[in-house]
Design a protein around this ligand. Structure first.
Ligand code: SAH
Ligand code: SF4
Ligand code: F3S
Length: 465
């Protein structure tokens, strides 16, 4: 195995730092002003928002948790389902009202919706008061665009190219667990999905840049990194690398916990399974979206695997990775899904007994191949299927959680529990949420916890000294 060239990475990192430090020239034109940032969508967007926050703060803005006090509002949008769009348009109405009260308020629409030209045309027609629309590819240009809006001299420090941008800074949500992009975009073109259109083609970051970022995070005290990509298995195809090699190199940094999301069942290699099984600091947790249990539907979804292939992969993972937890995503009501198709999905849920699942009713996305497929299944039938599916999914989540009752497990404690501020909360290696009776000074540490109660969506436990 070859290790990444850290010297080269360090040089690149240095160059990147110089380039970001030019922010000092921004003159803090927004000093004393406030921003409000709202994020919709997946982990990609959550992590992009950490970059947006860093840019806004570099301009001198401070965060406000209340949009009414903001001078800049950024909506980082999602386009995955129709209701994601509805939420944004709902909030835009409120922004219009705020702009009338404060004409200097700048309104920025970022994220995946900004990558849909037709949708944006329509939104701009109805919401003329939006100042800046910025897509997912050119996020790094946000400071420049904001400066322009404020009619200040613009200093050209950011590249406008379509390449992978290095040297991004993040104001991270957590001090202990961090997202690390390993690649951008998606080439899978599942027929229902908008992501390949909003995030563009697959492009990988260089291995040494990723390792340098993980090493920095470790030095800063981070306990956990989650490697991010729409389909992490595809990492490296464009640069002659592989995901299994990357994973091994990340594990060798000796950061306490390594996670990754999302993996596609297609092309999940034996090497990947072996690496996950071999390294103790790679967490035994895999999110493996199945989407449907019907071969006919999987084919029409362009998922590139059959239910039999999914099952073979699933059992291999369970056999080779000790105590692995596997969760999934499922879509019900794909165009013309029959009761029989749906029962095939229930059957796979019964076989796999997933640790958890995110379930969705199919949502038609204009421009995708599935949008042109005939669909005669009434919404009431789809809703009823979703209900049946959720009942089954929750049942297995509970069954799996019950197995942990009275066991002692390792938990990375992340903060004070939201529901009960006398408790702290964290996640097991298998990504299960635990509310813990224990002192506040264990926050940021990996500690032993005895599980005292188990429900479908969370566990309760007590800190064991
Ligand atoms: N790249 C990830 C998924 C990203 S989107 C993967 O392939 O696993 C997250 C989930 O949203 C998908 O797994 C799918 O279950 C769901 N989803 C995507 N498009 C959808 C649509 N048009 N309607 C309903 N659910 C959808
Ligand atoms: Fe969408 Fe499929 Fe790509 Fe996932 S793998 S982002 S579902 S196209
Ligand atoms: Fe939504 Fe874009 Fe993620 S469409 S789910 S925010 S990649």
């Amino acid at each position: 195995m070859h290790l990444p060239d850290l010297e080269v990475a360090k040089k690149r990192e240095k160059k990147a730092n110089n380039y970001i430090k030019l922010e000092e020239h921004y003159d803090k034109v927004f000093l004393g002003k406030k921003y409000f940032l709202r994020t919709y969508g997946c982990q990609m967007n959550v992590h992009d928002s950490e970059a947006i926050r860093s840019y806004l703060e570099a301009l001198g803005l401070e965060e406000s948790k209340d949009a009414s006090f903001a001078d800049v509002i950024v909506l980082n949008t999602c386009a995955i389902r129709e209701n994601a769009k509805d939420k944004v348009t709902g909030f835009l109405g409120k922004c219009n009202y705020l702009k009338k009260k404060n004409p200097n308020l700048k309104l920025v629409l970022a994220g995946c919706m900004a990558e849909q030209p037709d949708v944006i045309d329509e939104i701009m027609k109805n919401h003329k008061y939006i100042d800046i629309v910025i897509g997912t590819h050119n996020l790094h240009e946000l400071p420049k665009l904001l400066m322009k809006e404020f009619n200040k001299q613009v200093i050209e420090v950011y590249s406008e190219s379509d390449e992978v941008i290095e040297g991004m800074h993040y104001t991270r949500d957590s001090q202990y667990t961090a997202w690390v992009n390993i690649m951008y975009g998606c080439d899978k073109f599942c027929t229902y999905c908008i992501v390949p259109y909003t995030r563009g083609r697959e492009r990988s970051r260089k291995l040494e840049d990723i390792i340098a970022e993980v090493n920095n995070l470790k030095e800063e005290g981070y306990k956990e990194v989650t490697l991010l990509g729409q389909n992490v298995n595809a990492y490296g195809k464009d640069i002659g690398e592989t995901f299994s090699h990357l994973l091994e190199c990340v594990a060798k940094t000796n950061i306490a916990r390594v996670r990754f999301v999302t993996s596609h069942p297609w092309n999940f290699t034996d090497e990947m399974i072996d690496v996950i099984a071999k390294y103790k600091n790679i967490m035994p947790y895999i999110h493996l979206p199945i989407q449907s249990g019907s071969n006919e539907i999987l084919k029409r979804m362009n998922r590139r695997y059959t239910r039999e292939e999914y099952w073979a992969l699933f059992t291999k993972m369970k056999e080779r990775i000790p105590n692995v937890a596997i969760t999934t995503d499922i879509i019900v009501g794909f165009p013309n899904e029959t009761e029989e198709d749906f029962e095939d999905t229930l059957d796979m849920v019964n076989k796999c007994a997933f640790d958890g699942a995110y379930t969705f009713i199919y949502s038609k996305r204009e421009g995708t191949p599935a949008a042109r497929m005939e669909d005669n299944t009434p919404m009431s039938v789809k809703e009823e299927r979703l209900q049946r599916l959720n009942n089954l999914v929750n049942h297995y989540a509970n069954v799996n959680n019950q197995k942990l009752l009275n066991k002692t497990v390792e938990v990375l404690i992340l903060g004070v529990s939201e529901k009960d501020n006398t408790k702290v909360y964290g996640y097991t290696d298998t990504m299960k949420l635990v509310n813990v009776v224990g002192p506040k000074d264990i926050i940021g540490k990996i500690v032993k916890v005895q599980i005292t109660d188990a429900k479908s969506f969370s566990l309760d436990g007590e800190y064991v000294k």
